[in-house]
Design a protein around this ligand. Structure first.
Ligand code: PEP
Length: 252
């Protein structure tokens, strides 16, 4: 039985003091042992947020990381820095990083391997553009992203990874994928993982949906067989995030 996971992706929002205020507002609302809760926050917010979530089950994620140990990589952040600061998860391959910062599948694979070396749990994002969906190439695109990201990663290590299916056309647009569309691709991702690693690992790996998740659609999405929770952008910055985590209490 896979435990649900709901991760917030704060993106480039919240100064350190705003971050502390948001955590103080959300923390009392997030006492749900049935769901793993992760706040993926900007690098500068990590230390204050790690301190602010103490004595709760909330885990902290980074939104990015570099694939080298240390050295002359101005502006980058290393896996050891994240671990030392109290981070457990790291989002890798988000479509905003792929598109604005030209991150390739190869770079994402290097980051995946480096994160795993440091016992960080990657939340690997994949997803198609609207053009790709309309041209009927969604599944082959997703397969390529998954296969490339998991290259040379062992089955044991793959188990500590999480995949987030995030159709680009649904991110920040208010245009959520239908439950059928989301389930179809999450199911397909599980098949691709199964072809690489075998059925047992595929059955245990958590696969999330992301793209305009809100309190009104979380229950339907997270009730689908292959959707093990969500990666939540905009709604993770509001008290609504708690309603998404507590989706089972929703009346929708
Ligand atoms: C995201 O950026 O990961 C995301 C899912 O954003 P939103 O929920 O705002 O669509």
């Amino acid at each position: 039985m896979r435990k649900k996971l709901v991760a917030g992706n704060w993106k480039m929002n919240k100064t350190p003091s705003e971050a502390i205020a948001l955590v103080s507002e959300l923390k009392p609302l997030l006492n749900n042992d049935e769901v793993d809760v992760v706040f993926c926050v900007p690098a500068i917010d990590i230390i204050p947020v790690v301190n602010a979530v103490k004595e709760s089950n909330i885990k902290i994620g980074a939104e990015n990381m570099y694939c080298e140990e240390k050295g002359a990589y101005t502006g980058e952040i290393s896996p050891a820095m994240l671990v030392d600061a109290g981070v457990d998860y790291v989002i890798l391959g988000h479509s905003e990083r792929r598109n604005y910062f030209k991150e390739s599948d190869d770079l994402i694979n290097k980051k995946m391997k480096k994160a795993i070396e440091h016992d960080l749990k990657p939340i690997l994002c994949c997803g198609e553009s609207l053009d790709q969906r309309e041209n009927g190439v969604t599944l082959e695109w997703i397969k390529k992203q998954i296969v490339e990201a998991f290259k040379h990663i062992s089955p044991e290590d793959a188990l500590n990874c999480i995949v987030a299916y995030e159709p680009i056309w649904a991110i920040g647009t208010g245009r959520v994928a239908t439950t059928e569309q989301a389930q179809e691709v999450c199911h397909y991702i599980r098949q691709v993982i199964g072809n690489v690693y075998g059925k047992t690992i595929a059955e245990q790996m958590r696969i999330l949906y992301g793209g305009s998740v809100n309190e009104g659609n979380a229950l339907a999405l997270f009730s689908e067989e292959d959707i093990d929770g969500g990666l939540v952008g905009g709604a993770s910055l509001k008290p609504e995030f708690a309603k998404i985590v507590n989706y089972k209490n929703s009346s929708n």
